[in-house]
Design a protein around this ligand. Structure first.
Ligand code: HOZ
Length: 431
C-alpha cells in the first residue's frame, strides 16, 4: 500500500493559498475522487512523488514530454543557456533557430510568433483572423479546448468538461455571442452552417485530432470539409496543434492528414517542457501582426532564451530518423494490450489512438464526438484511475484528457501497464 503523507500535507498547505490547491483545475483530481500527488522529480518514463512513490507516467506534463522527463540533451541545452542569463526582453539567436525549425517542419507556416502558452497562441490566432477578415464570429467544435480565453469557453473540453460546467462566469455574453460551437466530426452540419452564414465567419478553429475530450480522431472528410468551406467563404481555418504539433508526426496533424490550414497554434512539445506557445501561418496573414501590421499582440517573456533552448533541443531529438516509428510501435503495443486486457475481463471500453496520443473511454460505443465521450461511465473511470495509481500507473485524472506515450517508455513499462490494467478491469467487473 502506498502512503501519501507528504503530498497530503503539501496539499493542505496549498489549499490555504492557491484556489483549489492547484494552479490548473484538472490536476486537483476532484473528478476521480482523490487529491493530487506532489511531484518530487521525474526521469524518463518515471515520476517520483514527494513520498518517494514511483509511477509510470502517461500524462507527460499534459503532452510536452515526448522524449520522457529530464532528457539529457534538453537538460544540457537548458543548463548551457542558463549561463548566458535568464531573460533579456530583447531578441536572441535561439528565437530565430526555433522559428526556422517550425517553419521547416510545417509547410503551411511561413512566419511564426512565439508566445508563452497554448491559450495565448489560440487567442492571438483568433484575433489575427478577426483582424484580417474584419468579421467577428468564430466556429469551434464541442469538446475541443483551445485554452481559457473568453472566446473559447463554450462547450469546451478539458477542465471545463471535467468540472461539468457550461462555461464560466466573467465571460461577457457579448463575447460568447460571437462563438458558435458545433458537433465535432459532423461535416454536414458544419457545411450547412457555412452555406447559411459563411460570409460572417472570421475563423474556424479546430483540434485536428481532438485531445481534450479524451482522444477523438477526425472522421474521413471532416477536416477536408472545413478546408473546402473556409476557402469558399473567405474564413480562416485555424488548426490548434498545441497537442498534436510535433506529436502525431513531426509536421503535426496537418502532415498526417495532408491539409494546410491558414493559421496554426503550437505549444507543449515546441517548448520542450518549458512555457512556450507559438502561432503562425501564411506570410500574407502573419504580416498583419504588429509591428509589421496593425493586429496587436505582445509579451515580456515571449521568446525566452531558456524556453527556446529546450524547444530546439527537443525538436532536434525527435526529428532523428526512426523516432516516430519507435513511438508508434510502443504506442500500438499499449493500445492492443489494453484491448486484449479488456477482452480477457469482459470489460467494455472504446480505445481511440493516433500515434502516441490515446483515449481510453469506459463506454461501449465508438467515440466520435463529445456526446459519445460523455456516455463514459465516469464513476467507473474514477475507480479505474485510483486503482491504476495504486499499481504505479499515473494517468490523467479525467476521462476528458488524453493519454500520452513517450519515447522513454520501455516495453517493460508497457507490459507492466497492461498487467495493471487487466487486474483493475478484473476487480471492476467483480464489483
Ligand atoms: N488543460 C490542460 C490539459 N488539457 C492542462 C491541465 C493541467 O495542467 O492541469
Amino acid at each position: 500500500m502506498k502512503t501519501y503523507r507528504k503530498s497530503s500535507e503539501l496539499f493542505a498547505r496549498a489549499k490555504e493559498l492557491i484556489p483549489g490547491g492547484v494552479n490548473s483545475p484538472v490536476r486537483a483530481c476532484r473528478s476521480v475522487g482523490t487529491t493530487p500527488l506532489f511531484i518530487e522529480k521525474a526521469a524518463g518514463s518515471i515520476l517520483t512523488d514527494a513520498d518517494g512513490n514511483h509511477y509510470i507516467d502517461y500524462v507527460g506534463s499534459w503532452g510536452p514530454m515526448i522524449l520522457g522527463h529530464s532528457h539529457p540533451a534538453v537538460i544540457r541545452a537548458i543548463e548551457d543557456t542558463l549561463k548566458r542569463g535568464t531573460s533579456f526582453g530583447a531578441p536572441v539567436d535561439l528565437e530565430v533557430t526555433l522559428a526556422e525549425m517550425i517553419v521547416h517542419a510545417v509547410p503551411s507556416v511561413e512566419k511564426v510568433r512565439m508566445v508563452n502558452s497554448g491559450t495565448e497562441a489560440a487567442m492571438s490566432a483568433v484575433r489575427l483572423a478577426r483582424g484580417v477578415t474584419g468579421r467577428d464570429v468564430i466556429i469551434k467544435f464541442d469538446g475541443c479546448y483551445h485554452g481559457h480565453a473568453d472566446t473559447f469557453l463554450v462547450a469546451a473540453g478539458s477542465g471545463v468538461a471535467t468540472l461539468n460546467i457550461a462555461g464560466s462566469p466573467g465571460v461577457p455574453d457579448a463575447v460568447i455571442a460571437h462563438t458558435l460551437s458545433l458537433p465535432y466530426n459532423d461535416a454536414e452540419r458544419f457545411a450547412r452552417v457555412m452555406e447559411k452564414s459563411g460570409e460572417t465567419i472570421a475563423a474556424v478553429i479546430v483540434e485536428p485530432v481532438a485531445g481534450n475530450m479524451g482522444l477523438v480522431p477526425p472522421v474521413p472528410g471532416f477536416l477536408e470539409t472545413l478546408r473546402e468551406k473556409t476557402l469558399k467563404y473567405g474564413s480562416l481555418l485555424i488548426f490548434d496543434e498545441v497537442m498534436t504539433g510535433f506529436r502525431v508526426a513531426y509536421g503535426g496533424a496537418q502532415e498526417l492528414f495532408h491539409i494546410g490550414p491558414d493559421l496554426s497554434c503550437f505549444g507543449k512539445i515546441v517548448g520542450g517542457g518549458l512555457p512556450v506557445g507559438a502561432y503562425g501561418g501564411r506570410k500574407e496573414f502573419m504580416s498583419q501582426v504588429a509591428p509589421e501590421g496593425p493586429v496587436y499582440q505582445a509579451g515580456t517573456l515571449s521568446g525566452n532564451p531558456i524556453a527556446m533552448a529546450a524547444g530546439i533541443a527537443t525538436l532536434t531529438e525527435i526529428r532523428k530518423p526512426g523516432f516516430y516509428d519507435r513511438l508508434e510501435q510502443i504506442s500500438a503495443l499499449l493500445a492492443h494490450g489494453l484491448e486484449q486486457a479488456a477482452a480477457n475481463t469482459n470489460t467494455r471500453l472504446a480505445i481511440n489512438r493516433v500515434g502516441s496520443m490515446m483515449g481510453v473511454f469506459l463506454t461501449d460505443r465508438p467515440v466520435k464526438n463529445f456526446d459519445d465521450a460523455k456516455t463514459s461511465n465516469l464513476e467507473k473511470f474514477a475507480a479505474y484511475y485510483r486503482k491504476m495509481l495504486e499499481r504505479g500507473i499515473y494517468l490523467a485524472p479525467s476521462q476528458f484528457e488524453a493519454t500520452f506515450v513517450s519515447a522513454a517508455h520501455s516495453e517493460r513499462d508497457i507490459s507492466d501497464t497492461i498487467a495493471a490494467a487487466e487486474s483493475v478491469f478484473r476487480e471492476l467487473s467483480a464489483e
